[in-house]
Design a protein around this ligand. Structure first.
Ligand SMILES: *Cc1c(COP(=O)(O)O)cnc(C)c1O
Length: 468
């Protein structure tokens, strides 16, 4: 039985998994979600032998979402390949910290951040779907440092995909730049723009807004609203509960675009027993307001030491809102259009009391984040990155007597944010071998002016479709 996917704004065509994967955003501006939540199978809920192999569990949990799109054996193979290169045999190992607190490490993939877990699979699913259709695409994106490398690693050497990533010249860290520019694959194209991250984003938006260019070059994206990314992230919530036999568990999730914690909500909808989600934000706390008061108002973005959470409008919140509004797409669309127009949103008290039962929003400021890194290091010798520290501080502060275990999701390796960590504990976190070797590898990158015509010409050359 294959699932159908519907848009959160109720006016786009109902699609199958393969179409949803390639479409990303729905035609009505909404996000795709399954038309019903499948139930976790008994195998997924603990029937797999022993500690369970992550890839086996992942295939089992995700299968109902993709059934009909791939043969089961091919899907299992793609899932296995996705996690084969992770540098820990458990893929997402858990560490017990005492006092009911656990840390789940989501940073053992090739770029040492949690986005690898979803993107490694999504790159393979994309390529497979394109091959089936006999199509090719060029993925274009802008990065301020962190997400570019995860996207590049996800699609390197895939036959039917070219990828062009723009970063601001001289404004990403050396490690971040080298994670992108040392990838020796013919389909990977790095561009350093003489400008800021905003300039890079504007260039990408302008290319997508040019309908003819977009069609000629078969432009595509794998951004965080893609349903397949959420799907792939549900798996580690299941792993956290079943591998360690935790019978009462909450999760504290450092949150930016709301994709990670939404995946936890999906796992709960599928029958995973979870008490509470702690939505942890840095001083960009629009989500915290939403969960605390049922309303939110946009303000400007403040830069922090946890830059992947420096976001005002969290796009994946739309998927939760759709559920809270009893899957009424027209009302969801109205609320979001209003929000866009006025910069404010309020949900009614019935819905906000529903949220109170199993969601908490916690804001953690810069001092508390640094103090949390320092305390954990002093007490346990463990070093965590600033994003993880936001989740950890939120878990500690919002802990209730009635809570069972709280699992904090560790979203990045501390060496990726070495300077912020060093400022907190006066020690540089040790470089893992994967980052250490980058220093010796040759870099490949094209430097271009902040000029749309020049960038378009370059993208056309990379895509191999010529200038149309
Ligand atoms: C992307 C990212 C986040 C935020 O995740 P969302 O899914 O956007 O909520 C948190 N920490 C790190 C290190 C990230 O890269």
């Amino acid at each position: 039985m294959s699932l159908k996917y519907v848009s959160t704004r109720g006016r786009a065509p109902v699609l199958d998994f393969g179409d949803v994967l390639l479409a990303g955003l729905a035609a009505d501006g909404g996000l795709y979600v399954p038309d019903q939540w499948p139930e976790l199978s008994p195998e997924a809920l603990g029937g797999l032998p022993g500690r369970g192999d992550y890839a086996d569990l992942a295939a089992e949990v995700m299968w109902p979402f993709v059934d009909g799109a791939y043969p089961r054996t091919r899907f299992d193979e793609m899932v296995r390949d996705s996690y084969a290169e992770f540098d820990h045999p458990d893929v997402v190992p858990m560490v017990e910290l005492g006092d009911g607190l656990w840390l789940m490490e989501l940073f053992h993939g090739p770029t040492l951040a949690f986005k690898d877990i979803a993107l490694q699979l999504v790159g393979r699913l994309f390529d497979e779907e394109l091959k089936r259709r006999g199509e090719r695409v060029t993925i274009v994106g802008a990065t301020s440092g962190d997400t570019g490398s995860a996207a590049i690693e996800a699609v390197r050497d895939r036959e039917n995909i070219q990828i062009v990533i723009l970063h601001p010249h001289g404004r990403v860290s050396e490690v971040q730049r080298r994670q992108m520019t040392t990838i020796d694959s013919a389909n990977v194209h790095n561009v350093a723009i003489e400008g800021t991250f905003d300039d890079c984003q504007d260039l990408v938006k302008a290319m997508f807004a040019d309908a003819a260019f977009r069609a000629d070059q078969r432009l595509s994206a794998v951004n965080s609203i893609n349903w397949a990314r959420v799907m792939a992230q549900t798996v580690y919530y299941v792993a956290a509960v079943t591998r360690h036999g935790l019978d009462q568990v909450s999760f504290s999730v450092p949150t930016g675009n709301f994709g990670n914690v939404l995946a936890g909500h999906v796992a709960r909808q599928m029958g995973l027993p979870v008490d509470r989600f702690i939505v942890a934000s840095n001083r960009n706390d629009i989500l915290t307001q939403f969960f605390a008061s049922g309303s939110m108002a946009i303000s400007e973005v403040h830069p922090t030491m946890s830059p992947s959470m420096d976001i005002q409008v969290s796009s994946n919140l739309e998927r939760l809102l759709f559920e809270l509004l009893d899957r009424d797409g027209i009302r969801t669309a109205e609320m979001l259009e209003d929000f866009r127009a006025t910069g404010e949103m309020r949900i009614d008290s019935r819905i906000s009391s529903e949220l109170d039962r199993n969601w908490s929003g916690v804001r953690v400021d810069e001092d508390e984040t640094a103090a949390c890194i320092a305390e954990l290091y002093r007490d346990t010798g463990m070093i965590i990155d600033p994003h993880t520290a936001v989740g950890m501080a939120a878990a500690r502060r919002s802990r209730r007597d009635s809570d069972g275990a709280i699992v904090v999701l560790a979203t990045a390796h501390p060496a990726k944010f070495g300077d912020a960590v060093e400022a907190a504990i006066r020690v540089q976190p040790p470089m893992p071998p994967a980052l250490d070797v980058l220093a010796e590898r040759p870099e490949r990158c094209t430097r271009l002016a902040n000029d749309l015509a020049a960038v378009k010409a370059h993208v056309a050359q990379c895509s191999g479709h010529g200038v149309g």
